[in-house]
Ligand binder design. Structure first.
Ligand code: HEM
Ligand SMILES: *[C@@H]1O[C@H](CO)[C@@H](O)[C@H](O)[C@H]1NC(C)=O
Length: 491
């Protein structure tokens, strides 16, 4: 008995040592970084999560480009505006691929836009961009839809009559309805039980990868189907969401008479399915329609609503900024004037504030890429198939490019005369050929929602919380603020 235990222990120990040596050996080929442990890599030292600040501590001795091991997978982290931009743009042919993270692979497969590569990605991305344009992006029609949702949000705050309210759910609902209009061609009432469930589920699925369980899932994915845990619930919700979309597709098919012009993403996609029916390489079929539709939800809701929630929080934190925005809005716009996206050019200060919100909040810490072949980058050898993590926050906070990177300061986007200036290091939507597909939609939404709210209300904290303002963050897929309450006082 005793000898069996002994033999097993020796075996286990040799296995660990062998693993350790193997990692050392393989690791020599990558940029430097902290020593990985067998099986866990650097997860141990990271407390099982990549945090905005803990990694930089770990990486300090290694400079702007370093390797960190998530379990058995080496990830090369790239920091600083120049290096990040180079990795995303000038090296697009080398760092062309989107790495397949097990969680998203399970959720989406590879038939949509966000997690596909090659032929599928090209076709779906082109379809997505054309469809957004066809649905009125950059024209008055889609702006009016967005404005309608902004007005619903204004109404929601008006009903509260300045009492403390948590804006979270209503902001999410409004932003979701913009995406619903694009994908389904209609909005949902905010007391629609089904809609609320849908949004809740989408949120759960979006935020799971940022949780500790999310990390564990990606590192130990082969074991996960066997284990209990929150991932089971997440996948259950996901099934529900997919059936919901399947049902919408069915309704669209039944309702639409042949020859009717397409009115939303589902219609456009169905037309594509019909057109390519006889093409065996076609990427357009019902399952990929569900994926693309839901990718708009996953990519477009949490990001935009989180940015708006930060914007409101910064306005109560910096009341002087809020006041200046309102002064500018009042001076430039007639009281009953309907605002349009073009007006940002007449509103340099407001525009600068919205940009600074996105810079300072830096809600997506970074983007993943994978190298297509062996390459050398900034003096380091990077083997084929390596996952690259371009740190967007490091560009948005790069001290070489921002006067006061760690302060909320709208002057970052203004010249001496108060005119708006674009900054090259401003890249919250990333850069290169995989840059955010919804960038223009998101920018239009942020502008329309933000200006509508500040024209109607002055925001402040509940009286008894004046001192307790917290802009602490939680790292999910996006960096979002802790729940807060706010008072919207009609102007
Ligand atoms: C403030 C809001 C938003 C931010 C900060 C944001 C940011 C980003 C970032 C950083 C990426 C990764 C790009 C890369 O890999 O280099 C991305 C990709 C993407 N975003 Fe957004 N996004 C926002 C809103 C939206 C909206 C409203 C949509 C809806 C259409 C959307 C759709 C997408 C899609 C489809 C991709 C994948 C593109 C590809 O892989 O080719 N995003 N976004
Ligand atoms: C990304 O950059 C920010 C700001 O410089 C830094 O705090 C963070 O630790 C960096 N993240 C990684 C993964 O290196």
């Amino acid at each position: 008995m005793l000898s069996a235990v002994l033999v097993l222990s020796v075996l286990a120990l040799s296995l660990l040592i062998a693993q350790f040596l193997k990692l050392q050996w393989v690791g020599r080929r990558f940029p430097p970084g902290p020593t990985p442990l067998p099986f866990l890599g650097n997860l141990w030292t990271l407390n099982f999560r990549i945090d905005r600040d803990n990694l930089i501590e770990l990486a300090k001795p290694y400079g702007n480009i370093y390797t960190v091991w998530l379990g058995q997978t080496p990830i090369v982290v790239i920091n600083g505006y120049e290096a990040v931009r180079n990795s995303l743009t000038s090296h697009t042919d080398v760092f062309a691929l989107r790495p397949g993270m097990p969680y998203f692979q399970k959720i989406f497969g590879e038939n949509g836009i966000v997690f596909s590569n090659g032929h599928t990605w090209k076709q779906q991305r082109r379809f997505g961009l054309t469809t957004l344009r066809n649905l009125g992006l950059g024209k008055r029609s889609l702006e009016m839809r967005i404005l309608e949702e902004a007005q619903h949000l204004v109404k929601f705050f008006a009903v509260q009559e300045g009492k403390p309210t948590d804006p979270y759910m209503s902001v999410v609902n409004s932003v979701s309805n913009v995406i619903c209009a694009v994908v389904f061609g209609h909005r949902f009432s905010t007391d629609d039980k089904l809609f609320l469930r849908l949004i809740k589920s989408v949120n759960l699925v979006t935020r799971f990868p940022g949780t500790t369980w999310g990390w564990i899932y990606d590192v130990f994915s082969p074991l996960m189907p066997l284990l209990p845990g929150p991932h089971k619930k997440v996948f259950g919700c996901w099934e529900e969401v997919r059936s919901f979309v399947r049902e919408e597709i069915k309704l669209h098919r039944e309702r639409r008479v042949a020859g009717d012009p397409p009115e939303d993403l589902i219609d456009y996609f169905q037309d594509e399915i019909t057109k390519t029916k006889n093409d065996p390489t076609s990427v357009f079929y019902e399952n990929s329609l569900i994926t693309v539709g839901l990718e708009f939800f996953l990519a477009g809701i949490d990001t935009t609503s989180t940015s708006l929630l930060w914007a409101l929080l910064y306005m109560v934190e910096y009341p002087d900024v809020q006041e200046k925005v309102q002064k500018e809005l009042d001076a430039v716009l007639e009281p009953s004037e309907i605002i349009c996206y073009e007006d940002r050019k007449r509103l340099p200060y407001t525009n600068a504030v919205i940009h600074e919100v996105q810079r300072y909040a830096s809600i997506l810490t970074g983007v993943g890429r994978q190298s297509l072949k062996d390459t050398s980058f900034q003096g380091f050898f990077i083997p084929k198939g390596t996952i690259i993590f371009g740190n967007l926050t490091s560009a948005l906070y790069d001290p070489e490019h921002w006067e006061t990177p760690r302060q909320f300061n709208p002057s970052h986007f203004l010249d001496k005369e108060g005119k708006f200036v674009n900054k090259e290091a401003f890249m919250p939507f990333s850069a290169g050929h995989r840059v955010c597909l919804g960038e223009q939609l998101a920018r239009t939404e942020l502008f329309m929602f933000f200006t509508s709210l500040l024209r109607a209300f002055t925001f402040h904290l509940p009286r008894n919380e004046e001192k307790k303002i917290s802009s602490d963050y939680v790292l999910g897929t996006t960096v979002h603020p802790l729940p807060y309450q706010i008072c919207a006082v009609p102007r």
